[in-house]
Design a protein around this ligand. Structure first.
Ligand code: ZN
Length: 283
């Protein structure tokens, strides 16, 4: 199965990186100079200490203590194929990536290790920005909705926002402004669980509350089992995660619905492959 890292996978990476990177000083950096990359100002991290590894939606945020009035932040996004490796910092003359291919960013740390950001398809991001100042720099982050597992994700506000447009509900979930971090996989899973057709343009208050609950349930369960596994996705240590045995909708077209046994159907919504039950998910 191929897919992009979603919130549970990014949270899993965050939990692995946090103890390795917190309090480490960045001694030097390298970023792929190819103009098509989404890498900017990575060298501004040099000389500063990483204070934490945080997450907003599918973004990793690494605050940098600068010792000045303007703290900085390293913003990382895995895109479609991004992953991290921690390797011993190579000596001069050795392969700077320790045999790892498609490396786009290196952060040399003060513990003789180097963090490699590997990204074959180059949709990932690494940018150093003034802390919290995303407008014009990282637009998706600037307009990101509330964290789905936090109290800021309020069911009444979610229902009211869903009622304001007639766009397909799945498109509203994917655009990140109603709620952060719900991608293609967990949108399909949550809509199946809430029995809402992904193309539905009218989601009333009761169904919106059910969808709010379903989003939290599917994300919490996925974080619990350390995210779903993907061919191009690897953990920080290079080991791949576990297989997604519990997906009920995403990628299951043709298989019987877990509730009503009707074969699940595949369609396209918001340019994304979408799987749903034509019988028990109602428009
Ligand atoms: Zn069904």
């Amino acid at each position: 199965m191929v897919g992009v890292p979603e919130l549970p996978e990014v949270e899993s990476v965050r939990r692995q990186l946090a103890p390795e990177l917190a309090r480490r000083q960045v001694l030097g950096t390298w970023a792929d100079p190819w103009p098509g990359t989404r890498l900017s100002d990575v060298d501004r991290a040099v000389g500063h200490r990483i204070t934490a590894v945080d997450r907003r939606g599918k973004f990793l945020l690494l605050p940098l203590r600068t010792g000045t009035a303007t703290p900085l932040e390293l913003v990382l996004h895995l895109g479609m194929t991004g992953s991290f490796r921690l390797v011993p910092t190579p000596s001069p003359g050795e392969d700077p990536d320790g045999g790892v291919s498609h490396v786009r960013v290196r952060l040399h740390l003060d513990d003789q290790r180097t963090l490699l950001f590997r990204d074959p398809r180059r949709f990932g991001r690494a940018s150093v920005v003034p802390a919290g100042d995303y407008a014009g720099r990282v637009p998706t982050l600037a307009t990101l909705g509330p964290e789905p597992l936090s109290d800021a994700f309020d069911p009444a506000r979610f229902a009211a926002a869903l009622a304001t447009t007639r766009a397909p509900v799945k498109a509203r979930l994917l655009d990140q402004r109603l709620v952060a971090g719900v991608g293609n996989i967990y949108a399909d899973e949550a809509l199946w669980r809430a029995r809402i057709h992904p193309a539905s343009r009218r989601v009333g208050r009761t169904r919106a509350f059910a969808l709010h609950t379903a989003i939290r349930e599917v994300l919490a369960a996925a974080i619990e089992r350390e995210g779903t596994t993907f061919r191009d996705y690897q953990m920080v240590n290079g080991a791949s995660g576990r297989y997604a045995e519990e997906l009920t909708a995403y990628g299951q077209a043709g298989r019987p619905c877990g509730r009503c046994r009707t074969p699940l159907r595949r369609t396209t919504i918001a340019q994304r492959g979408t799987t749903y039950c034509p019988r028990c998910q109602r428009a």
